[in-house]
Design a protein around this ligand. Structure first.
Ligand SMILES: Cc1cc2nc3c(=O)[nH]c(=O)nc-3n(C[C@H](O)[C@H](O)[C@H](O)COP(=O)(O)O)c2cc1C
Length: 375
């Protein structure tokens, strides 16, 4: 019998737990249709907004590669390199809401069994700005989308009331989530920025506002490297660069750390893991930490724009994993989800050499205050 890859996440049934995240692979109707035909269980659309968007001149994304036999890191195309990360300074969809209306319903009608999530983003600096969140939410759900993902995490917004600038503020996150919740008939996922001190604080804010799940991570705030020959940033326009987002393999361990903090502190909540996933072994990390779905961007961008080979490998990898572990009685994702969540403990709880104690830098255990699972 073929193992069952299906799962239920925030009340929605997925034929498999693998989604394309909000990014170029989901920026158009044709891409999304191709993605569903390729086998993705769901997609999150490129973020839809209501404010004017004009991207920079020239490339919006590039890829940092590492040499095998030297410490070289560069975006320069050269043989014998491995992917280190993606770097982008692309804004949200430059198509207006009107462009998406009509297309979302067509996509949903063509693939009723697939999960279509609309990513939305607006400002939060005034009641009028907050009402834009509701306009976007209502328009998308009237199109039949299955869920809404709130972009509280884009790392390159000038506006202080948008993207990762509000994703750093627990209260703003709560307010925005609550405002959307007021009109939402579908589940709400809040996509958080990893560029904060303690992501558990922001996650609590989102749940307080009524979020059904957290998606994490968006890209990490970062700069392109400077070419030592030309002294120019590897991504620039007329010599100038700006903050952008790092994704791909380099962020896998970083995103996992953020996810582990949240799933330990909020074990009964729902999480969608994102960051550095290109095969099932990577996705498995997120599942074992407690995630119910995962999302992919960089790996899919590099595989025919929507990742047909990536999704094939993810599904084959999960099938093989379930077959290999059938003797443990594992039949679905729920049987192994979260199995390693409790293995992330305070440093002082890791075993020392025989007869040696360590109390987290304190003299005695009494003062160390390190409880299992404390965040
Ligand atoms: C070019 C590019 C554009 C992106 N645009 C969006 C976006 O519009 N909205 C959003 O929520 N995330 C956006 N992201 C972030 C991705 O959805 C994802 O969270 C991030 O790239 C980490 O996943 P990865 O390591 O698989 O790339 C973008 C990423 C890239 C590389």
């Amino acid at each position: 019998m073929t193992p069952d890859l299906s799962t239920v996440f925030t009340g929605l049934r997925f034929e498999n737990p693998f989604l394309l995240s909000s990014a170029p692979p989901t920026e158009s109707e044709s891409n999304i249709l191709r993605a569903f035909e390729a086998g993705w269980g769901g997609v999150v659309t490129k973020t839809i907004g209501m404010h004017p968007v004009v991207n920079v001149r020239g490339p919006k994304t590039n890829f940092i590669r590492a040499d095998a036999d030297s410490p070289n890191l560069s975006m320069k195309k050269r043989p014998g390199t491995a992917l280190h990360s993606s770097w982008n300074w692309e804004l949200i969809s430059d198509r207006p809401l009107d462009w998406w209306v009509g297309r979302l319903s067509r996509i949903k009608k063509a693939h009723p069994a697939k999960v279509l999530v609309a990513s939305i983003m607006a400002g939060s600096g005034s009641d009028e700005e907050l009402s834009h969140w509701q306009t976007l939410a209502k328009a998308c759900q009237d199109e039949g989308v299955d869920a809404l993902e709130l972009n509280l995490s884009c790392p390159h917004m000038d506006r202080k009331d948008m993207g990762s600038n509000i994703g750093k503020d627990q209260q703003q996150i709560s307010i925005v989530t609550h405002v959307v919740k007021e009109v939402a008939r579908v589940p709400i996922w809040a996509k958080l920025t990893p560029s904060t001190t303690d992501i558990v604080v922001e996650a609590r804010g989102a749940f307080l506002g009524g979020a059904d799940a957290i998606s994490s991570s968006n890209t990490f705030t970062s700069l392109p490297l400077i070419d030592p020959e030309t002294l120019e940033f590897e991504m620039n326009v007329d010599g100038f660069t700006s903050m952008g987002g790092l994704g791909g393999p380099a962020i896998l361990p970083l995103s996992l750390a953020k996810m582990a903090q949240m799933t330990a502190a909020l074990p009964d909540r729902s999480f969608s893991g994102i960051g550095g996933i290109s095969n099932f072994a990577h996705a498995l990390n997120y599942f074992l930490l407690g995630c119910g779905t995962v999302q992919v961007c960089t790996a899919a961008m590099l595989d025919h724009a929507v990742g047909p080979n990536v999704i094939r490998e993810l599904k084959a990898g999960m099938t093989e994993f379930l077959e290999k572990n059938a003797h443990r009685g594992w039949k679905t994702l729920e049987d192994f989800r979260g199995l390693r969540r409790d293995r992330v403990v305070p440093h002082s709880q890791i075993k020392r050499p025989e007869n040696a104690d360590y109390h987290g830098g304190y003299e005695t255990e009494a003062r160390s205050g390190t409880g299992r699972g404390s965040s």
